[in-house]
Design a protein around this ligand. Structure first.
Ligand code: LFR
Length: 490
């Protein structure tokens, strides 16, 4: 039996998932799950890298204990966050979490003082998000940047810790906003603007590359499976897009629905003119020479925060059930407004917006949940309209993958607003996409197409058919009005 293990770490949890092929189906098993959150220290938000690394090793020990002696292994995490290392491979700083407030206003400042946003978008095709690595590095202490012998993104760093190999994986490197679409490499002018050198970055390495075994300090203990480490699409969203079970001849778009909702489509070429820039669409690099033309939508983060602030009294499933019993579209909030990115209190921020805009106060967790799901569905609807205008394609199917695929209410609302089929699942698309790339690398699978066929056969999606939505036009007008009240998109 050959096994593939994906280490898939998101902003709120991480997991190790073991997969094997049984009778032409992919069978997955979660062997280890752990929480993740940023730590607040000196009024900044950081990731606990040592804890994450320790959890990976615990998961691998569990795999060995479960009888897995040999496997391939791939890692993915969120994007944009980076680690500066000295000559000896030691971290020079605590790793900032991308929601940290130090980048407030950083992108405006960069474009005012350094390079126009049009120039940067023309070069990189990456949407302006204040936490892109470009802007984070811009506000990072210059003396530390000067000292850095290596600049890695978070999953690159985890690969380094496990194998000793230094890489900058391409899908995640594109989220830095430092890669040039023409040269397909780091943009010299952007590096110069930040006072960086090309040799501080490692070689750009594509998903599917085989790195070899674990460092001997791990391998020699005999406590872990013998791992053949494979470069996954290390950006979680890139892995999730590989995991979309699209295999019939219909045009499709996707939402990778987790802490963020990433809505977009897979393309062979980037699309980076003025219109996509204005709509804040991005061209992140995908696996196998594809581009992820997508937009960031605030996503389940809002409900995660509301739930946390309520003392986690109800599960996500309970909140969704309660929300389903509340009246629809009562109070709406512009999810993508910057105020929701990292507020001191999500609950208060949502309520304040409703009050200020003359809407009923969502005064219970169920009403807050309803407000969030209704608002997200409307945000998806508008983003799909933009996507269709920008690409000139009418999409026949919307795939929702990731944890949010379990939210029946949100999926049905989305189908009703869009008037097309919404296919949901798998909820573990990120881990599965990561695994699929390992299986292609080890020649168990031929290519991306075969991988998607296998994923669709193994995890058949649920289909939500659109139902008529009374008062739809009025609702959409109201939504546009609410969005005009926003201060600034994230
Ligand atoms: C999702 C994600 C998004 C990225 C954001 C920050 O987990 O990776 O794709 O925009 O987190 O890295």
């Amino acid at each position: 039996m050959t096994y593939a293990i994906s280490v898939d770490i998101g902003a709120s949890s991480g997991r190790l998932v073991v997969a094997s092929l049984v009778e032409n189906k992919l069978v997955i098993n979660e062997i280890h799950r752990f929480g993740n959150a940023f730590l607040r220290k000196n009024r900044h938000d950081y990731w606990d890298m040592d804890a994450l690394l320790a959890e990976i090793m615990t998961g691998l020990k569990k795999a060995k204990a479960a009888g897995i002696d040999q496997c391939t292994l791939g890692i993915d995490t969120w994007g944009v966050d980076y680690v500066l290392l000295d000559q000896n491979g030691k971290r020079l700083h605590d790793v900032y979490a991308y929601r940290d407030g130090r980048t407030t206003g950083a992108s405006e400042l960069f474009h005012q003082k350094e390079l126009d946003r049009e120039v940067v978008y023309e070069k990189t095709g990456i949407q302006e998000l204040r936490f892109n690595t470009l802007y984070q590095l811009y506000v990072h202490e210059q003396s530390q940047l000067d000292q850095a012998a290596h600049i890695l993104l978070v999953p690159d760093y985890l690969y380094y810790c496990l194998t000793g190999r230094l890489i900058n994986e391409t899908t995640n490197a594109s989220t830095t906003q430092l890669l040039n679409l023409q040269t397909r490499s780091f943009d010299e002018e952007l590096l110069q603007t930040l006072g960086l050198r090309r040799n501080q970055f490692a070689e750009l390495t594509s998903p599917g590359t085989i790195l070899g075994g674990l460092k001997s300090e791990f391998a020699d203990t005999g406590e872990y499976p013998m791992c053949q480490v494979v470069v996954a699409p290390t950006h979680d969203t890139a892995s999730a897009v590989v995991g979309v079970p699209a295999c019939r001849d219909r045009t499709w778009a996707y939402i990778s629905s987790g802490t963020w909702s990433l809505l977009g489509t897979e393309r062979k070429e980037p699309l980076n003119g003025e219109a996509p820039m204005k709509a804040n669409y991005t061209n992140e690099w995908g696996a196998y020479d594809t581009f992820r033309f997508l937009k960031n939508i605030m996503g389940l983060w809002m409900i995660q925060e509301v739930r946390r602030e309520d003392g986690a009294r109800y599960s996500f499933a309970q909140l969704a059930e309660q929300a389903e019993r509340e009246p629809a579209f009562r109070s709406l909030v512009p999810c993508n407004d910057e105020r929701f990115l990292n507020p001191d209190s999500m609950t208060d921020t949502i309520r304040a917006f409703c009050l200020d805009s003359g809407q009923p106060l969502p005064d219970t967790p169920a009403r807050l949940a309803r407000c969030i799901f209704d608002s997200l569905a409307l945000t998806y609807f508008c983003a799909m309209e933009e996507l269709e205008q920008l690409t000139g394609i009418r999409y026949e199917v919307l795939h929702i993958v990731g944890g949010g695929a379990n939210n029946r209410l949100l999926s049905q609302l989305t189908a009703d607003l869009l008037g097309i089929e919404v296919h949901t699942g798998p909820s573990e698309a990120t881990a599965i996409g990561n695994i699929a790339v390992q299986l292609i690398a080890s020649r168990e699978l031929a290519d991306l197409k075969a991988a998607r066929q296998l994923i669709s056969d193994s995890f058949p999606p649920a289909v939500h058919y659109p139902q008529p939505l009374p008062g739809r036009e009025e609702l959409i007008n109201r939504w546009h009005h609410i969005n005009q009240m926003t201060v600034k998109e994230t």
